[in-house]
Design a protein around this ligand. Structure first.
Ligand SMILES: Cc1cc2nc3c(=O)[nH]c(=O)nc-3n(C[C@H](O)[C@H](O)[C@H](O)COP(=O)(O)OP(=O)(O)OC[C@H]3O[C@@H](n4cnc5c(N)ncnc54)[C@H](O)[C@@H]3O)c2cc1C
Length: 384
């Protein structure tokens, strides 16, 4: 992957790999089995500067690029999805909108704390009746003097219960309903009127904090509106587009974690007097898994390269997310198969990778939505 990686990328990769092996690996199973939010690890990651990788050094970030963020998520994802997701949602979704669309004051007040990891960010777009159809936002923001009053509910908000701020979308109310637009807002999580549901009980991502967030007459200063008041929704979609590249990084991590375990096991396990990898039925699985991982790497790193070079990346980010998340499901399924019955047992970790992989096909736009984005981009720009 030298085509994509600089010396700086390789050094970051090595540093994060060593950190994940030393600090996260020993507790990864416990995080999953006890649905334990990895607070201590996140604090250590903050000390290492891993919670602000792509943001400007002026605000306490590392001033690195999207590819660096992908590399870090991939290395942590090999070991523990819950930890990787916490960092990923904080960086690309919770902090991203403020870094991309925030005013100087908003960046000084919030980005400087988020980039240094002094607080975690969350991203509230999904609602009970607005998932794939996220434009159906029912949460409202009503201007009252110098404040917006927020009412409504967000669902499945990653990091919400651990967050310092949540960036949300809300319909800006107007007497003329045709003028109602969706705006984006920064809400401090401890604002009066903000309450949280209990952590969702999930199939995977068990150590990641996922909750509903309720807003009841929450008063936020009007300067907490993010970017163009009429373009909050498109700003969130743009943020999600970048987030899809980091989901690709997580898919690479989960798949490689399962792949490494499967290859190792195939060399240790014998059947009919031979290592199981000597059977073509097993070795061909290894070939197919490795080939799909390699293909996904090119898609994900290329999408990151496009973004880092300020080139259009929406289609490529959707392709990277679609392919790599389906690849991660395939690879983790085959990793269990190579382990036979032991693959079904928690001790061997591959069932954890399998459960963690599934959400990649759903979160930040389902695979069906990615196919809509890709086909729309192709059909709208088609020229022979
Ligand atoms: C653990 C977890 C963490 C999450 N974290 C966050 C977060 O931090 N912030 C946030 O805002 N959201 C978050 N989400 C929400 C997630 O992004 C949504 O679940 C996802 O976008 C799908 O929305 P939905 O669940 O409402 O499904 P629906 O939109 O109801 O979709 C149901 C099914 O219908 C299909 N479908 C819908 N519309 C179409 C169409 N036009 N064409 C074809 N098929 C279609 C979908 O692909 C899917 O298969 C999280 C979800 C989970 C489970």
């Amino acid at each position: 992957m030298k085509k994509y990686f600089s010396e700086e990328h390789l050094m970051l990769q090595q540093m994060v790999k060593e950190f994940a092996d030393k600090e996260i690996k020993p507790v990864a199973q416990e995080i999953d089995s006890q649905s334990k939010f990895p607070k201590d690890i996140i604090n250590k990651m903050s000390d290492l500067g891993l919670l602000g990788i792509p943001w400007d050094v002026k605000y306490g970030g590392n001033g690195m690029d999207t590819l660096s963020l992908v590399i870090a998520i991939e290395e942590i994802g090999k070991i523990c999805t819950s930890t990787a997701v916490t960092m990923m949602a904080h960086t690309s979704l919770g902090t991203g909108p403020i870094a991309y669309f925030g005013t100087e004051n908003q960046k000084e007040k919030y980005l400087s704390k988020l980039a240094k990891g002094e607080m975690l960010g969350a991203f509230g777009l999904t609602e009970p009746s607005a998932g794939s159809d996220a434009g159906n936002t029912q949460t409202t923001a009503e201007l009252d003097g110098d404040y917006y009053i927020i009412n409504g509910q967000k669902a499945f908000c990653t990091n919400a219960g651990e967050s310092g701020v949540i960036t949300i979308t809300a319909k800006i109310m107007s007497k003329d309903s045709s003028k109602q637009k969706i705006g984006a807002f920064i809400v401090e999580s401890d604002s009066e009127g903000v309450t949280f549901g209990v952590p969702e009980k999930k199939m995977g991502w068990k150590g990641s904090d996922t909750r509903s967030v309720f807003f009841e007459n929450v008063k936020i200063p009007k300067e907490n509106i993010l970017g163009d008041p009429n373009k909050g929704f498109s700003q969130f979609l743009e943020t999600l587009s970048g987030g899809r590249i980091t989901i690709g990084g997580l898919a690479l991590g989960i798949a490689q974690g399962a792949f490494n375990a499967a290859v190792k096991y195939s060399k240790e396990r014998t059947a009919f007097g031979k290592e199981i990898n000597s059977f073509q039925g097993v070795s061909f699985k290894i070939s197919d898994m490795a080939t799909k991982i390699e293909a996904a790497k090119h898609l994900v790193y290329h999408a990151a390269w496009l973004k880092d070079n300020n080139l259009p990346f929406m289609k490529e980010a959707a392709m990277a997310k679609l392919f790599s998340s389906e690849m991660a499901m395939y690879v983790t399924t085959e990793a269990i198969q190579i382990h036979g019955g032991y693959g079904y047992i928690k001790e061997y970790n591959v069932e954890r990778h399998f459960r963690d992989a599934k959400l990649l096909e759903i979160g930040e736009g389902t695979s069906e939505i990615q196919r809509i984005v890709i086909s729309r981009e192709i059909l709208n720009n088609f020229q022979v």
